[in-house]
Ligand binder design. Sequence first.
Ligand code: NAD
Ligand code: MLT
Length: 310
Amino acid sequence: MSKVLVSDPIDQAGIDILSQVATVDVKTGLKPAELIEIIGEYDALMIRSGTRVTQEIIEAGTQLKIIGRAGVGVDNVDVPAATRRGIVVVNSPEGNTIAAAEHALAMMLSLSRHIPDANASVKRGEWDRKTFVGAEVYKKTLGVVGLGKIGSHVATVAKAMGMKLLAYDPFISTERAEQLGCQLVDLDLLMQQSDYITLHIPKTPETTHLINANTLAKMKPTARIINCARGGIIDEAALAAAIKEGKIAGAALDVFESEPLGESELRTVGKDIILTPHLGASTTEAQVNVAIDVAEQIRDVLLGLPARSA
Ligand code: NAD
Ligand code: MLT
């Protein structure tokens, strides 16, 4: 019987599917050396974002046929190294779209109404209604950077809340943007005119530090930026400085250059920043979706059926 190693927490629905065709070992929190030591026994590896699948791990996985990433981003897998060894890498491109979009929208509303700090204040026994006067999003401009699956859902919901929409995405047609009620513009114009900016792009060499001191300087002092896409798209030091110096009104981040977030200037910014620990996909529904989606693909490959690679 085939053997599957699950090295990050995955919903039971996925484990049940894998168990139909394989012996499944769930071993989370392994150190890289521990993973290297045992990976040679396994035909498949199923991960979330916690396991970094390096070239060394792939080379030690002499029996591996498939690596399944229960989520969208395969940036924690050395895909070229896997491809060289003939190992298929699969993901779940759509299973957590709604969860991530809703997290970005929750961040936008939490920022505009100071919900995290107001909540903390009441829990401290205070009743301070002056400090937490907020702003409405109705009739404000939302700039969506990346009008793919998640960006499109954010745009659709924001439109229903009465927001005006700008979008920057060089790979999307004007027609598609118009269907979503968005005006396609260049990044400079989006940064200048938006009251809220939300990022929904992959992290690539082109998008690393796409948002930096220069781009942040183009934002209105009343504008706020949200990143629920990938850490490193925003230059964190430049962002912390821009908020502390009052150049922008605030930010909400779910993803960081280094995760878990360690010592960071972002922690010292104060009330105008909201930080969550990579929770975009963390809904019950999304975790069931991605676990089933990826487990079915692993099952099919172990049965000798063709794969749909990431
Ligand atoms: P997608 O592929 O559907 O959309 C990405 C969009 O970005 C595409 O329309 C593409 O044309 C555009 N794009 C690519 N390069 C660009 C560039 N240089 N400038 C502007 N636009 C560019 O992806 P998606 O499913 O919408 O996911 C978006 C991001 O969200 C990914 O980075 C993904 O890993 C991340 N994500 C995070 C969480 C989370 O837990 N926080 C959850 C799911 C996805
Ligand atoms: C993804 O790429 O799917 C997200 O970052 C969510 C996750 O890692 O679980």
